[in-house]
Design a protein around this ligand. Sequence first.
Ligand SMILES: C[S@@+](CC[C@H](N)C(=O)[O-])C[C@H]1O[C@@H](n2cnc3c(N)ncnc32)[C@H](O)[C@@H]1O
Length: 281
Amino acid sequence: MPQPKASVAAALPQLGVEGLVALGLARAESETVTPTALLRPQSFVDADGVGEWWIASDLDEVALDGALPADHVLGVGGASRTLAETIVPIEVDRALDLGTGCGIQALLVARRARTVVATDISSRALAFAELNARLNGVSNIEFRHGSMFEPVAGEAFDLIVSNPPFVITPRVEGVPAYEYRDGGLVGDALVEQFVRSAPRFLTQNGIAQLLGNWESDAAVAGLARLEAWVPADLDLWVIQREELSPSRMPSCGSATAAPHRAIPPSPRCSPPGSTTSRRAE
Ligand SMILES: C[S@@+](CC[C@H](N)C(=O)[O-])C[C@H]1O[C@@H](n2cnc3c(N)ncnc32)[C@H](O)[C@@H]1O
């Protein structure tokens, strides 16, 4: 919603309208200033108590009044919160947030890690994530551009977290490759790539946690496929929240049990599953 230039200048006496535009957070016309990003308070709770961050992200569908562009940078949503609430609260030396988006998971693990590497295929997402780290006075996150584990080749982490673009999307003409949603890959290929690769980037006793969707077909159940992607020397803990037919993919439904150790499924409306793998001694 456009605002009078004089009001914006009065509200931001140090930054000014020019500063806001230079940061890419607004567009100025002759008499008005139109925001190009959202800035929202985001509360969190961890072992140290309740806290609050300011999180910048792209304008959402309501603000845009239309479809999101393919390079949209999401704010903190239901999936972000689901992963954030399940991240193992351990002190670690090095952590990785793969597909950091607005940086919410990296901010969270930065409270328990000496250093965090936050990666994304989107330069736009990394810019938002870096802005959010600065806005919230967090200085132990390093931002790196690239796909999947490429930016951290040869490195190892005690904790890897990821809320990757796991939505299973038909790759047909006219369906854009949304960076935040499906990463342009087919079926559950991105989740498979993550689960197969993550063990090589874990320290001894390291833990990788991700949210994901996996496909079942008539011959092989999704959980069996997932289990086959993980080497036998790793512990695997899967929470399968629900099974959906393709026509019901966007909705929330019932849950089923896990293959190794079953724990109660999350009652929240969130993506169908999350997995944790741990490199055993
Ligand atoms: C669903 S968003 C998650 C954002 C944030 N981590 C959260 O929890 O809210 C997925 C992110 O993964 C990024 N991404 C997509 N494909 C990727 C790839 N091949 N490698 C790394 N990041 C990727 C997207 O740009 C997007 O920022």
